[in-house]
Design a protein around this ligand. Structure first.
Ligand code: 13P
Length: 246
């Protein structure tokens, strides 16, 4: 009942020319996909990729959005700027933003509320560090990220949640399918308890962290996992298309 969504998070990779090349390679490979296919590209690639995906089933995403409409926020990008450029999805609160750029549950919340109000589809990232997992804090950390990060969201079904354990990102160390499934089930329960039980069943929750052509099938066959947020493996058309077809 939940349509899977596979999104590539290109992070800070690909110039506009390289982006166009990658998308053109990807288009025929994913054209029959049964899931939603999204590429979240750097800001400077957005116009080139918007043009390249026209008429295809690939949807365009960005990697951040500011909460203000406009103003003195050097280096930031507004929802209107993204929308005008053809962006539909936006990643919010990726652990790299939290770790290196001071993103907090509060700023995640503000960005998410603005994205929703403007009609962008937020992909909100949550996840625990290795230390938090090893000291038994995973559930408390995730609960705080969900409750505070999604505070005041009226229609939670419009949000895609990405569960990305920090220790699995870019490390080649994936959570086991059971671990990911169990943790995502906990996230869904948290949404049910703090927002609305019926809606929780409709919220799509992705797994992210070293997901690739080899392990995607096992992860995607788990009942709670509704897709993936793919980093490294989304930079190669062939690999990403294999994940999409799982
Ligand atoms: P990797 O797939 O490279 O581990 O990155 C995951 C990620 O952070 C996606 O947002």
């Amino acid at each position: 009942m939940r349509k899977p969504i596979i999104a590539g998070n290109w992070k800070m990779n690909k110039t506009a020319a390289e982006a166009k090349e990658l998308v053109n390679e990807l288009k025929p490979l994913v054209k029959d996909a049964e899931c939603d296919v999204v590429v979240c590209v750097p800001f400077t690639d957005i116009y080139a990729v918007a043009e390249a995906v026209k008429g295809s089933n690939i949807r365009l995403g960005a990697q951040n959005v500011h909460f203000a409409d406009h103003g003195a926020f050097t280096g930031e990008i507004s929802a209107d700027m993204l929308l005008e450029a053809g962006v539909e999805y936006v990643i919010i609160g990726h652990s790299e933003r939290r770790q290196y750029f001071g993103e907090t549950d509060e700023t995640v919340n503000k960005r998410t509320l603005t994205a929703l109000a403007k009609g962008l589809k937020p992909i909100v990232c949550v996840g625990e560090s290795l230390e938090e997992r090893e000291t038994g804090k995973t559930e408390a950390v995730l609960k705080a990220q969900i409750v505070n990060g999604l505070k005041d969201v009226e229609d939670i079904t419009k949000v895609v949640v990405a569960y990305e354990p920090i220790w699995a990102i870019g490390t080649g160390k994936t959570a086991t399918a059971e671990q990911a499934n169990e943790t995502i089930a906990f996230i869904r329960k948290t949404i049910a308890e703090n927002f609305c039980p019926k809606c929780a069943e409709k919220v799509r929750i992705q797994y992210g962290g070293s997901m690739n052509a080899k392990n995607a099938h096992e992860l995607m066959s788990m009942p709670e996992i509704d897709g993936g947020l793919i980093g490294g493996a989304s930079l190669k058309a062939e690999d990403f298309s294999i994940v999409v077809k799982m």
